[in-house]
Ligand binder design. Structure first.
Ligand code: SAM
Length: 294
């Protein structure tokens, strides 16, 4: 097997991550396994994986001096291959490295690469998917999974809303709790449209933040309220199961283990009950074998 596909140094660019990236990619891998295995023998016209913040394909875990495969390669080597993968990355060097690594995979999957801002490219992508879906009016359109994993708050609400226009589009969203903690105080009284406004799609987060600041509530309560608000917006886009009582706990919180500081959560949205069932079983355990405490 090529070094490009093994968890070793292969001379191509990688980015440095903390050991917590392992946990995030574990939940993704578990979900992909369930999604790909259960859906591959049904007559979907396409089963598509979309990675809007694709990276280089390999991560260097500095603290442990080890390498792991990134989300695009995990998707590309799924137990049952997707028919199509879409990888978007705005850093040209990262994308070049990703292309080389993906090129080493022997696969039947069609791969689309795009170098640019995913918040712009999403318009073109959704237009293409919808045009393909509209050619056939039965229920076996395309089945899509989007992994939205920026470094911080680069994912805009407008992008999420655009993706939601596709009939069958599951979403795994990186909710940057640490990024919000670092920026909300600075921006909540700003007259300008800020990165936080773009992430939530409006300024309601400022009211929630203000209320919690006045009440001096714990950050956990603040993020619970912010996530509930975000999910209420997902619900309006058709992700009905997203708010049911049963589902609210299934947002793995990934921490910087050294400082026990919350970094981010993974939020899941599907318009289908089965999607929620898969996500629930994918996140039941941590990669370290423990039953997860919500
Ligand atoms: C956290 S990394 C993704 C890691 C990847 N999921 C993996 O497992 O290997 C985020 C990536 O998104 C890219 N990025 C950030 N903003 C972007 C944007 N607006 N459009 C496209 N790519 C972006 C960064 O260059 C970075 O490589």
């Amino acid at each position: 097997m090529s070094d490009y596909l093994r968890p070793v140094s292969d001379e191509l660019p990688t980015r440095k991550f903390g050991p917590w990236a392992v946990e995030k990619l574990y939940y993704l891998t578990e979900y992909i396994a369930r999604f790909s295995v259960s859906m591959h023998n049904k007559p979907w016209r396409s089963r598509r994986y979309i990675d809007l913040f694709a990276g280089t394909g390999k991560l260097y875990i500095e603290e442990k001096d080890t390498y792991i495969l990134g989300s695009p390669l995990l998707a590309l080597t799924a137990p049952q291959p997707f028919t199509e993968c879409v990888f978007v990355e705005y850093n040209q060097d990262n994308l070049n490295a990703l292309k080389k690594r993906c090129g080493a995979v022997v696969t039947t999957t069609t791969i689309h690469y795009h170098n640019g801002d995913s918040n712009v490219y999403v318009q073109q992508l959704v237009a293409r998917i919808q045009a393909e879906d509209q050619k056939h009016r039965d229920k076996w359109s395309s089945l899509n999974l989007a992994f939205l994993d920026p470094d911080g708050l680069e994912l805009t609400w407008a992008t999420v809303a655009k993706l939601a226009q596709v009939k069958k589009m599951d979403l795994i969203i990186h909710y940057s709790q640490g990024g919000l903690n670092r920026t909300m105080r600075k921006y909540f009284a700003s007259d300008d449209k800020t990165i936080v406004d773009r992430f939530f799609g409006d300024t309601m987060w400022r009211e929630i933040y203000k209320r919690h600041k006045i009440d001096r509530k714990q950050p956990d309560f603040l993020h619970r309220a912010l996530i509930d608000y975000y999910k209420s917006k997902l619900k309006k886009l058709g992700y009905v199961g997203v708010l049911s009582e049963d589902e609210t706990g299934i947002e793995p919180l990934i921490r910087n283990k050294k400082r026990n500081a919350p970094l981010y959560r993974l939020l899941f949205a599907s318009k289908h009950e089965l999607g929620h069932k898969f996500w629930k079983s994918s996140t039941r355990q941590t990669p370290f074998g423990q039953k997860r405490l919500f």
